[in-house]
Design a protein around this ligand. Structure first.
Ligand code: FES
Ligand code: FES
Length: 155
């Protein structure tokens, strides 16, 4: 049986009719049209679907609609704009990180939440924070450079 949910996504309210067990990822992509969070594994193993819920990175592929409540959801599209990019978005461009780009949503969203909690992280801190994310193109070293660059920019 479906229910009506009101989601706060990137500062806007969206009404979605869905089964309470439906993953948040499906609502974001199929109902709201936000395609930055990607479906990778669907099993919380890769991170491609990561969004923020009240500032915490979550895997939207395994987060049921019923668990979102009135929480504030932020996707990559809500992190910065073309005119006012997040330091991570700027750094990813400057370091020319992506190859296929499929995984990048997860790395940026996870790193963005991490950098809000940790100023001046060490390389070991960054590696630990990004554990559990997968990139099949092997851009890990470029990602590390970009996160370091963003961390320096964020002071
Ligand atoms: S698609 Fe969600 S963790 Fe892989
Ligand atoms: S850039 Fe292709 S999977 Fe990471």
């Amino acid at each position: 049986m479906t229910e009506r949910f009101t989601l706060n996504v990137n500062g806007k309210q969206h009404t979605v009719e869905a089964d309470p067990d439906m993953p948040l990822l499906y609502a974001l992509r199929n109902d709201i049209g936000l395609n930055n969070p990607h479906f990778g594994c669907g099993l919380a193993q890769c991170g491609a679907c990561t969004v923020h819920l009240d500032g915490q990175p979550i895997r939207a592929c395994i987060t049921p609609m019923s668990a979102v409540g009135s929480g504030k959801v932020v996707t990559l599209a809500g992190l910065g704009t073309a005119d006012n990019t997040h330091p991570l978005q700027t750094a990813y461009v400057e370091e020319q990180v992506p190859q296929c780009g499929y995984c990048i949503n997860g790395w940026i969203m996870t790193a963005a939440a991490f950098l809000e909690t940790k100023k001046k992280p060490t390389e070991a801190d960054i590696k630990q924070a990004l554990e559990g994310l997968k990139c099949r193109c092997g851009t890990h070293m470029a990602i590390l450079r970009a996160v370091k660059r963003a961390a320096a920019a964020m002071g």
